[in-house]
Design a protein around this ligand. Structure first.
Ligand SMILES: *[C@@H]1O[C@H](CO)[C@@H](O)[C@H](O)[C@H]1NC(C)=O
Ligand SMILES: *[C@@H]1O[C@H](CO)[C@@H](O)[C@H](O)[C@H]1NC(C)=O
Ligand SMILES: *[C@@H]1O[C@H](CO)[C@@H](O)[C@H](O)[C@H]1NC(C)=O
Ligand SMILES: *[C@@H]1O[C@H](CO)[C@@H](O)[C@H](O)[C@H]1NC(C)=O
Ligand SMILES: *[C@@H]1O[C@H](CO)[C@@H](O)[C@H](O)[C@H]1NC(C)=O
Ligand SMILES: *[C@@H]1O[C@H](CO)[C@@H](O)[C@H](O)[C@H]1NC(C)=O
Ligand SMILES: *[C@@H]1O[C@H](CO)[C@@H](O)[C@H](O)[C@H]1NC(C)=O
Ligand SMILES: *[C@@H]1O[C@H](CO)[C@@H](O)[C@H](O)[C@H]1NC(C)=O
Ligand SMILES: *[C@@H]1O[C@H](CO)[C@@H](O)[C@H](O)[C@H]1NC(C)=O
Ligand SMILES: CC(=O)N[C@H]1CO[C@H](CO)[C@@H](O)[C@@H]1O
Length: 449
């Protein structure tokens, strides 16, 4: 289980990030190629992209901004080797921010802005708690070394033994947010969550959105229903607080989401447990999340060749600066770009690519040899729209379960419309595949009003 690096949360890699076999199998092998065919439909309304960065930006917290300065100084001090920028935005404060900032500015620096290693280490020790100290170990309440009926079809003793070792990792990855976070939230970039959590591990010290889908699949195989429900409860809490599920539970992940798989998590848990209360609690949150993906910047209208109008969704982060957890690397990549608005657009694309869960793939580049040509906000992705179609069908099932006929009816219609849009806009007859649709290739010339 390569939990540390297997797919995209927020990597600081440089464009060659491997896509996991998990994510690939998830895409139903739809996406062998990513270009649209010659018979592409025409985008009807010009979205706020092209060469201009016009989307919303929600300002960051003073703590995140300060930690980015610390990150920069750390890079100047320690150098590139083994440098992980994320470490510095995961630190929590020991004293209040103004005291810490004052001490930081008093550090003696040389001409290149670097502090001596001993001075910097002493400052770090005196003013910060270690990254991840604000998540504490929590014994999962429903873990047993070998659950009843565990993987009944797996008979080979070696494979069984290995599966039980993997199962035992749940114990290892269970945490809860320390009380210190709710006591002094302004000292932490970690966000408080009501229930216990399961983390991916390694440098990914906090809860992630679509990782939780895979975590829950595993927890269900391990019969850990209580832990699985707690994870869903946390994600619902994020929707109640922010209006959508954040990429991860950190102050620097609040301006983007990740592939929307919450409905699948709830539905899978319901399927195993029959927990009606969970469905009742989740349904209003899912309706809110559906709205998030089908309004504003995420929503794009497209007209097909037969003049029919369709609505599809895209990834689009509410952020146009370096991602704080990878700020130093993002800046290096952006330094190739000449002016401020191009840089902002590039930063927007980087954050939006992180929202896709794929991180850096040539799938999102106009020029596959040039990382700065990431253009995901100009793409209607097949997988995102399939996830949303699944969300719509899950909502139909859940509304049926709770007897909300109005929602059943309206989401049957939404699902039908999206299915038609997917077939009409994405389907490529020649290839026999659904392909991503590029809204505009930069010139705006294909955008026909
Ligand atoms: C920060 O802490 C210092 C020292 O404890 C105190 O004097 C100061 O008033 C605090 N500032 C804020 C903004 O809380
Ligand atoms: C500043 O300090 C860094 C690291 O301590 C060192 O590599 C660099 O050469 C120094 N630069 C100057 C101008 O002294
Ligand atoms: C997780 O497992 C590793 C390796 O077995 C061990 O070193 C570590 O202490 C464990 N951590 C927790 C929180 O159980
Ligand atoms: C659970 O899923 C299985 C397989 O898709 C399906 O046959 C079954 O009806 C589902 N059960 C419930 C309670 O939804
Ligand atoms: C599609 O939308 C356009 C622009 O809003 C409108 O003019 C046109 O009538 C619509 N076409 C259909 C078939 O509804
Ligand atoms: C930035 O560069 C782009 C592409 O070269 C150009 O279209 C745009 O006008 C420039 N913007 C500014 C503010 O200079
Ligand atoms: C848009 O650009 C992408 C990436 O260069 C390319 O694969 C695709 O074919 C282009 N689409 C259209 C409609 O020209
Ligand atoms: C693509 O990027 C590479 C590397 O920067 C460059 O050499 C090449 O000319 C670019 N191709 C196009 C079509 O712009
Ligand atoms: C909702 O639909 C079901 C199945 O069609 C029907 O049995 C039920 O009476 C309906 N409930 C309401 C409140 O209309
Ligand atoms: C990365 C970043 O700056 N995130 C900000 C996004 O928006 C929220 C508010 O919803 C801020 O609190 C975050 O700091």
């Amino acid at each position: 289980m390569r939990t540390a690096s297997f797919h995209s949360r927020s990597s600081n890699s440089n464009g060659n990030h491997p896509v996991s076999s998990f994510s690939l199998s998830l895409l139903f092998l739809l996406l062998a190629s990513v270009s649209a065919s010659g018979t592409v439909p025409k985008a009807m309304s010009k979205p706020a992209t092209g060469n201009f960065d016009r989307g919303p930006v929600i300002p960051t917290t003073p703590l995140v901004t300060f930690l980015e300065h610390v990150q920069e100084t750390a890079l100047a001090t320690f150098g590139q080797k083994d440098f992980d920028p994320k470490l510095y935005v995961d630190l929590s404060l020991k004293s209040n921010l103004s005291t810490t900032v004052t001490a930081f500015h008093k550090l003696p620096r040389n001409a290149t802005g670097s502090v001596s290693i001993p001075d910097f280490k002493e400052f770090m020790h005196e003013y910060f708690d270690g990254a991840g100290n604000d998540l504490v170990y929590a014994e999962p309440p429903d873990f047993v070394p070998e659950p009843d009926g565990f993987l009944p079809k797996v008979k080979n003793p070696q494979v069984r033994a290995w599966a039980l070792e993997v199962h035992a990792l749940w114990k290892n990855l269970s945490r809860r947010v320390s009380c210190s976070v709710s006591e002094r939230p302004e000292f932490h970039t970690l966000l408080p969550l009501p229930g216990p959590v399961v983390i991916p591990g390694s440098r990914f010290r906090e809860v992630y959105y679509w990782d939780s889908y895979w975590v829950i699949r595993g927890l269900l195989a391990s019969k850990m229903y209580k832990t699985a429900k707690a994870i869903v409860t946390n994600l619902i809490y994020l929707i109640d607080t922010y209006g959508y599920v954040l990429n991860g539970a950190r102050a620097y992940y609040t301006n983007r989401s990740q592939p929307p798989l919450l409905s699948a998590m709830v539905y899978d848990i319901y399927n195993r447990t029959g927990d009606l209360d969970l469905v009742k609690k989740a349904l209003p949150a899912l309706l809110k999340e559906h709205q998030f993906w089908n309004s504003g910047i995420h929503k794009v209208n497209v007209q097909d060749n037969r003049g029919r109008n369709h609505t599809l969704s895209r990834y689009y982060a509410m952020w146009n600066k370096p991602r704080p957890e990878s700020s130093t690397t993002d800046k290096v990549h952006a330094s190739k770009l000449l002016n401020a608005s191009e840089k902002e657009q590039f930063y927007r694309e980087l954050a939006s690519v992180a929202e896709s869960g794929w991180d850096f793939s040539t799938r999102w580049m106009r020029n596959t040899s040039d990382f700065t040509t990431l253009a995901i906000t100009s793409i209607l992705p097949v997988d995102l729209n399939i996830f949303i179609l699944k969300m719509e069908l899950d909502i139909v099932s859940m509304a049926q379960i709770v007897g909300d006929n109005k929602t059943v009816e309206s989401f049957l219609k939404s699902a039908q419309a999206r299915k038609e849009a997917i077939d009409s806009v994405f389907w490529n007859e020649e290839n026999g595949q659904w392909l991503d649709y590029w809204i505009s290739n930069g010139t705006g010339s294909q955008v026909i009003a």
